[in-house]
Design a protein around this ligand. Structure first.
Ligand code: SF4
Length: 253
């Protein structure tokens, strides 16, 4: 039986043969437009939910120690990092904190004022809200790992510049390599665009799992945004429930 695709292929071949027969070697744009409607449009890529990974697994003491040592070595290599202009305005370099073999890792954009002073990621009001989100997901802050795209505070909390992100990114990539989380939550546009190397807006990205080197990465809003737009909390709760699902956790009624 002749399929629609076969018929389209034959029609395109006939159109191309016609132009070749009249001596046209390169097709002008108008001609390509004439045949383009014959080519079936590619199916848009459907995001797929990752398989259920199951309950977080306890870390072997040896693995815990090894990862802890590797993270410590990475921090030592960074030293008093001056690799980008953000070094000039920081008080403290904010490396990251949490479980060195966490199954779940949260990634934000960069330290804010309080983080810069305390040397820890996600402290202050946005940090409290993130802690509540983590707890609602039936994790504790000690069980997960939290880090940022850039480790030094951008002045006036501006977005980090692309060259600053590029310079700092290898540190985060190495943290992920060491920790080997089984899922990521990317908090906000800058975190998602920088790690996934895309320019898609947050509204289009959030709520679906993306792939980061084989690790499912859920994109959602940044807690600081939720402080300004409390109505979006419901959306974030829907997003993170998808993460809970892949860990076999059920939201409590
Ligand atoms: S933001 Fe990153 S690359 Fe820039 S100075 Fe801080 S640690 Fe170094």
């Amino acid at each position: 039986m002749t399929t629609v695709t076969d018929r389209l292929k034959r029609e395109i071949a006939q159109a191309l043969e016609f132009y070749a027969n009249i001596g046209v070697e390169r097709l002008p744009i108008q001609v390509l437009k004439e045949v383009e409607h014959l080519v079936p449009a590619a199916e848009p890529e459907q995001p797929t939910a990752p398989q259920v990974i199951g309950e977080p697994e306890p870390c072997e003491p040896e693995t815990f120690k090894t990862n802890q040592r590797k993270l410590y070595e990475l921090r030592s290599q960074m030293g008093n990092c001056q690799r980008c202009r953000l070094a000039a305005g920081r008080t403290t370099l904010v490396f990251g904190s949490g479980n060195p073999c966490a199954d779940l890792m949260f990634i934000g954009e960069g330290p804010g004022r309080e983080e810069d002073l305390k040397g820890l990621p996600f402290v202050g009001a946005a940090g409290d809200l993130l802690t509540r989100i983590i707890n609602a997901m039936q994790f504790t802050r000690d069980e997960v790992y939290i880090a940022n795209i850039v480790k030094c505070r951008p002045p006036q909390n501006r977005d980090p510049e692309p060259d600053e992100v590029d310079t700092c990114m290898s540190f985060l990539e190495r943290q992920i390599e060491i920790i080997q989380p089984r899922a990521l939550v990317l908090l906000g546009r800058v975190a998602a665009q920088s790690l996934l190397r895309v320019s898609t807006g947050i509204t289009a990205m959030r709520g679906t799992f993306k792939d980061y080197k084989g690790i499912p990465a859920m994109v959602t809003y940044h807690p600081a945004y939720l402080l300004r737009n409390p109505k979006a909390k419901k959306t974030v709760w829907e997003d993170v429930q998808q993460v809970m699902k892949i860990f076999g956790k059920k939201a409590l009624d």
